[in-house]
Design a protein around this ligand. Structure first.
Ligand SMILES: Cc1cc2nc3c(=O)[nH]c(=O)nc-3n(C[C@H](O)[C@H](O)[C@H](O)COP(=O)(O)OP(=O)(O)OC[C@H]3O[C@@H](n4cnc5c(N)ncnc54)[C@H](O)[C@@H]3O)c2cc1C
Length: 351
């Protein structure tokens, strides 16, 4: 009997495994590669919404937990994950500059919004109105994290690479059985894969497809993230990620020519040097109708839990959501009401 069976090893599953290890709990993980969100993610952590210049939900609390969380993972796996890079918001007008100054004056935002305009000195980027700099930002290399964490668990014989078979799950009194395992609790962390989960697919997780390009641009020589109509994220060695798109109808993980053209068209409005597209990826962000995570216990099954709905901010949210889920299960501490899946449950189970 292990303490936990976890289904899904993206950012959510990894964060929860980490919380378990740090609390000396035993677990097994089952994951396939049907969803790609955590593998393809830009990996940025950024507390400010760059459309409206407001603080993202709970951002300060999330960052305060996330940064030490990833440093501990770096130490444990002996790899670099956290690249601390400034994000520059390219302004499209004088009006945007003014809005930026207003934002920097607000008490909770001031910590993250530098109260000055940076002029553009890169001849390969067109930015006549300059930039505003967001402070305390960076990029987590999520692809490297997934690769190394999978290997770490595999070496300890804690990971089964297979698709979870819901028919094989047996709910017993005080534990669950699956294949040859018994576990005191089961936690589903399957991102958009929730759609195949008969226990939780009533929840309004809609999913938003995103596509990203990788370009090689030897002349660009930019070391900061530039956010305009698309992000340009430096990866080193003249490689840059460009993205992302937001699409609500297509639920496949397949990159499309249409989105590639959309990204290139937006990029070409401000990037003025030659480049070559070397990669193109897609994934479904696990987005919820009210844009908040889905964390908590199944309304009818005592030992069954969900960790999902990380949306477009999984890097920052996953550690906090995992810690809260753990505190719920082990210490009966309530999950923050905004994240608690019971906000959708009452209505559904009343019928
Ligand atoms: C293009 C794009 C760019 C993004 N950029 C950023 C960014 O810059 N910053 C940021 O914070 N976030 C970003 N995100 C969002 C981020 O990727 C997500 O919030 C996060 O990765 C979700 O993690 P997850 O573990 O919940 O889901 P997933 O990453 O989807 O992981 C779920 C795992 O469960 C597995 N699984 C599913 N069903 C089953 C099953 N039945 N049996 C076994 N295994 C199963 C899947 O294969 C997968 O391995 C981006 C997303 C996209 C698509």
């Amino acid at each position: 009997m292990v303490d936990y069976l976890i289904v899904g090893l993206g950012l959510a599953g990894i964060s929860f495994c980490e919380v378990l290890e740090r609390n000396k709990k035993s677990f097994k993980v089952i994951s396939d590669d049907s969803q790609t969100s955590s593998v393809v993610a830009g990996g940025l952590y950024n507390p400010v919404t760059l459309k409206r210049f407001t603080l993202a939900w709970n951002a300060k609390e999330q960052l305060d937990l996330a940064i030490p969380f990833y440093s501990e993972l770096e130490r444990k796996l002996d790899i670099q994950l956290d690249y601390k890079i400034p994000i520059l918001r390219r302004f499209a007008s004088i009006n945007e500059q003014n809005l930026w100054f207003e934002a920097s004056d607000k008490p909770n935002l001031g910590h993250f919004v530098a109260p000055k305009i940076h002029s553009n000195h890169n001849p390969n980027i067109e930015a006549p109105f300059g930039y505003g700099e967001v402070l305390h930002t960076g990029r987590i290399d999520t692809a490297v994290l997934l690769l190394h964490y999978g290997k770490y668990l595999g070496d300890k014989d804690l990971l089964l690479r297979e698709t979870f078979d819901f028919e094989a799950l047996k709910l017993r009194d005080g534990f669950v059985e699956y294949g040859g395992f018994k576990a005191k609790n089961i936690v589903f962390a399957t991102g958009f894969g929730i759609k195949n989960n008969p226990y939780f697919n009533y929840l309004p997780l809609n999913g938003t497809k995103g596509e990203l390009l990788t370009i090689n641009a030897p002349a660009l020589k930019e070391e900061r993230v530039i956010k305009s109509s698309v992000f340009i994220i430096p990866l080193g060695k003249d490689m840059y990620r460009v993205g992302a798109t937001y699409k609500w109808k297509d639920k496949s993980n397949t990159p499309t020519e249409e989105c590639k053209q959309e990204l290139l068209q937006k990029l070409n409005t401000f990037l003025k040097c030659p480049y070559e597209v070397v990669d193109h990826v897609a994934g479904i962000r696990p987005t919820v109708s009210d844009r908040k995570p889905l964390v908590g216990r199944h309304p009818e099954h005592e030992n069954m839990y969900l960790l999902n709905g990380l949306g477009s901010r999984g890097v920052m949210i996953a550690p906090m959501a995992s810690m809260q889920l753990y505190a719920l299960i082990e210490n009966k501490e309530a999950v923050a009401p905004e994240m608690d899946l019971s906000r959708f449950t009452k209505k559904h189970f009343r019928n």
